[in-house]
Structure formats: structure tokens, C-alpha cells
Design a protein around this ligand. Structure first.
Ligand code: GLN
Length: 475
């Protein structure tokens, strides 16, 4: 295996036995990142030099471009944040630095995390390391592609409706969306504040447990952070699923799933059955409303979060050539017209519409009620099982350009990932095979709030038995 393909825990073993130093490791990964970035465009910005500072986990990491890094351009993949340099670190970045983490640069993403393909980035699309004519998924496509291509040992992404899990699935890596409130959102540039979570994207489940342990925990600067103890995630990595109740929801096994995806996921169900888990049928009856509900709540929150980008305090300020209304209004309008891309404008318009006085009750308020029903579906299902299993996405990675002009087709890519955000429950995607074109397939597991350890246990046992995580994209 190439050195740039090593996991964080493999590097840490090499550091421990004196066979490599953190500086050598970081230099090697940075070199790989620079060499192949013209192909993947996984990084929007790469640091020219990196310096190992010491600490328990001195590993090279890619940070999604919506997570603030003190003194480094942070642009959310948007032109409107051109020149924005945060004067502080996000909570997760503080924690990574305290662990000795080495930041390689900013990972590409869909603009403001709106998208499932990384094509709405103002810095050009990122590409899937398994097939460069395909998307890496989104919105954390750069994070997932960087890990899959050996351009980073591991990465941070953010997930509002699938943006960690779907790209992890498309790129053949592991991605975990924590329970809402498990990881601080302080310093994450908000998209849908009631849905957003930061989480790890890694080459295997052990690294996922390690990175989650670094970033999880209470933070009083995020008012939705929850003060519950962080369990020992490493202790959950046992190769045993005996007695674990795995719920299979029929609402997630529907028409439109590619046959190769379905076959790979069914094999995973068989694995659990063969190894002593109990397979139970569960129902999540409101699943069919999740996507529509999400696109009301998420756009409503996005439109209000994005109101702050008006050319005054952050990033781009565009001066119109002639006065139209008055100089201040003109400046706002020109800045937003030039700074936001098409998808961001679409979200702002949708969100503003569903919040407007005549439509608030019919859309926004109603969606909040449906959201409660979706959450109750999960509570009921988790009476009968410990883990819910499904495909991460109905398809493998699609071609660049294939869905960009059809927003609805694009939105459908997250039909299985969105409900976990609506309910606030944790969910992981891990590799579970390949389709006939050798594109990775992802398996999604979901669990009760704060039961990330249960997810990691179920994922680890499967991964170790099947070995899909050892496959690497060749670039
Ligand atoms: N693809 C979904 C969207 O476009 C999810 C994005 C996300 O999780 N940030 O909204």
C-alpha cells in the first residue's frame, strides 16, 4: 500500500515504533495532495507547507471550506465570501489543533453546502477519484474525494441532509453524521441550523471512532450542544454483532434503487443475519414526506442564515456602476446578485417564500409538524431494533453534468439520508461493495440519539469481516 493510502491509526503505529515522524507523514500527504489535485479538485486551497506541532494525534486533515480556521480563507465554496478570513477557530478546529492535527487546506464543497455533487462550488466541481468523469457526491465532496485519493489522511465534513454520508458512499470511504448536539457547531458557517452537524470522513471505521472522539463533546458556545458524556468510542470496536437487533425499513427498499446497490445492501443484511444479529422489519411510515419537508425547513433556515451576506461585514462587496434605488440598497443587491450562485439563489427564494406571511402556516409550520412525525417514526422503530439499515443513496456516483440542470433529480440523491437529520439521530455510511462499473456502494446504519458507539460496533464488525475498506481508487 502507498504511504498516502495509510489510515491515521496506521500512521500513529509508525510514529510510535519510530518508523516515521509526523512531519514526514504530513509532507508525504501534502505532496500527494498537490500532485493529484489538478485531477480531483478536492482542495480549493492547499497550504504550501505544513508543520507538525506534536500532540497525541498529529495527522494531516482536510477541513471543509465552511468550517472556520483562524487566519485562513474560509469561503463555503462561494464567491460571496471571497477574502473572508475568520479571526477565530471553529470548536472542532481548536480540538483538532489541540490533538496535534495538521491542517492541509480547505476542501471543496457545494456552495454553502447546497447540493449533492460538488458541482455548485464557485471553484469548479470536485471529481470522484474512482472515475474522474463522475461526481464525488456532495456537499462534502472535496472532503470525501481527498480521503479517497490519499490527499488527506482524514477529513471533516458537514451534514445537513446527507452531505457527509452521500459523498462518503460515492467515494468508498466512511462518513458519520453525529447526533444533533454531539459535536459543536461553533464556527461552522450555518446552512440549516436545526439540522447541521460536523462529522468525520475517514478510510475506515477505527479512524472514524478516533476522529469522532477528538471532535465530540459539550461546548457552551453552541446553544444546541448537549452536555452528555462522550463514551469511549474505541471500546465499541469489537468484532461482534451477536444479539444486535438490525431494523430493515421497507420504506427504504423502493423502486429506483439501482440493482447493484440493492444487491450489495442485501448482502450486508445477510452478513448480519449470519453473524448472530437479529433482523427485524421496521416501519418508518412518514419517510415519503421527508424530502419535501426537508426542502421547506432547510431552505427556510438557509434563507435566514444567508441574510447576513450583504457586502457589509463579510467577504465580497460589489459596487453597481449606476445608482438604481439608493447606494446602500444597490450595493446589497449587486453583492448578492454577483456573489451567490444559482443554487444558492434558488434556496434563498424558496426559503423566503415558505416563510412569507401568507404561506408560513401552509408550508413552514406544517413542515415542522411533519418533522415531529418523522422523529416519532424513529422513536417507535428504535423500540424494536438497535440499528436501522438502508442504502446510503439509491445510486452510485453519477456523471458530472448529469443532474445539475434538474434540481429535483439531484435532491432525490438524499432521499435516504435526510430523515436522520430531520430526527436528529446519528448515522454512518460505510463501503459495502461495488457496482458493475467498479463504483463504490455505501451502506447506511442509523441509531438512537447519542448511540454513535452502537453504530461504530455494527460498522466495525461488518467492515473487518468484508474488507471493502481496503480497496483504493487508483489515480
Ligand atoms: N444535498 C442536500 C441539500 O442539497 C444536503 C446538503 C447537506 O447535507 N449539506 O440540501
Amino acid at each position: 500500500m502507498n504511504h498516502f493510502d495509510l489510515t491515521a491509526h496506521a500512521w500513529l503505529d509508525l510514529f510510535q515504533s519510530g518508523k516515521a515522524t509526523p512531519q514526514e507523514a504530513a509532507d508525504a500527504v501534502l505532496q500527494r495532495a498537490s500532485q493529484v489535485n489538478a485531477k480531483t479538485n478536492a482542495f480549493i486551497r492547499l497550504n504550501d507547507k505544513v508543520r507538525a506541532q506534536g500532540g497525541p494525534c498529529p495527522v494531516a486533515i482536510a477541513i471543509k471550506d465552511n468550517i472556520c480556521v483562524n487566519g485562513h480563507l474560509t469561503t463555503c465554496g462561494s464567491k460571496i465570501l471571497e477574502g473572508f478570513i475568520p479571526p477565530y477557530d471553529a470548536c472542532v478546529v481548536e480540538k483538532i489543533k489541540a490533538a496535534g492535527g495538521i491542517i492541509l487546506g480547505s476542501a471543496n464543497m457545494d456552495e454553502f453546502a447546497f447540493g449533492s455533487s460538488c458541482e455548485t462550488s464557485a471553484y469548479g466541481p470536485a471529481r470522484n477519484p474512482w472515475a474522474l468523469d463522475r461526481v464525488p457526491g456532495g456537499s462534502s465532496g472535496g472532503s470525501a474525494a481527498s480521503v479517497a485519493a490519499g490527499q488527506a489522511v482524514w477529513a471533516l465534513g458537514s451534514d445537513t441532509g446527507g452531505s457527509i454520508r452521500q459523498p462518503a458512499s460515492f467515494c468508498g470511504v466512511v462518513g458519520l453524521k453525529p447526533t444533533y448536539g454531539r459535536v459543536s457547531r461553533y464556527g461552522l458557517i450555518a446552512f440549516g441550523s436545526s439540522l447541521d452537524q460536523i462529522g468525520p470522513i475517514t478510510k475506515d471505521v477505527k479512524d472514524c471512532a478516533k476522529l469522532l472522539a477528538i471532535i465530540a463533546g459539550f461546548d457552551e458556545r453552541d446553544s444546541t450542544s448537549v452536555n452528555v458524556p462522550v463514551p469511549d468510542y474505541a471500546a465499541a470496536l469489537v468484532k461482534d454483532v451477536k444479539g444486535l437487533r438490525i431494523g430493515v425499513p421497507k420504506e427504504y427498499f423502493i423502486d429506483g434503487i439501482e440493482p447493484d446497490v440493492l444487491a450489495a445492501v442485501q448482502k450486508a443484511v445477510q452478513y448480519y443475519r449470519d453473524h448472530g444479529a437479529v433482523i427485524v422489519n421496521v416501519n418508518l411510515p412518514h419517510t415519503e414526506y421527508a424530502l419535501a419537508t426537508y426542502y421547506i425547513i432547510a431552505t427556510a433556515e438557509a434563507s435566514s442564515n444567508l441574510a447576513r451576506f450583504d457586502g457589509v461585514a463579510f467577504g465580497l462587496r460589489a459596487a453597481p456602476s449606476k445608482v438604481r434605488k439608493n447606494p446602500l440598497m444597490d450595493m446589497y443587491e449587486e453583492t448578492r446578485a454577483r456573489g451567490f450562485g444559482d443554487e444558492a439563489k434558488r434556496r434563498i427564494m424558496l426559503g423566503t417564500y415558505v416563510l412569507s406571511s401568507g404561506y408560513y402556516d401552509a408550508y413552514y409550520l406544517r413542515a415542522q409538524k411533519v418533522r415531529t412525525l418523522i422523529k416519532q417514526d424513529f422513536e417507535n422503530a428504535f423500540q424494536a431494533c438497535d440499528v436501522i439499515l438502508s442504502p446510503t443513496s439509491p445510486t452510485t456516483a453519477f456523471k458530472v453534468g448529469e443532474k445539475i440542470s434538474d434540481p429535483l433529480a439531484m435532491y432525490l440523491s438524499d432521499v435516504f439520508t435526510i430523515p436522520a437529520n430531520m430526527a436528529g439521530v446519528p448515522a454512518i455510511s460505510l463501503p459495502c461493495g461495488f457496482d458493475r462499473s467498479k463504483l463504490p456502494v455505501g451502506l447506511q446504519l442509523m441509531a438512537r440519539p447519542f448511540a454513535e458507539d452502537v453504530l461504530l460496533r455494527a460498522a466495525y464488525a461488518y467492515e473487518q469481516a468484508t474488507g471493502w475498506h481496503r480497496e483504493r481508487a487508483v489515480l
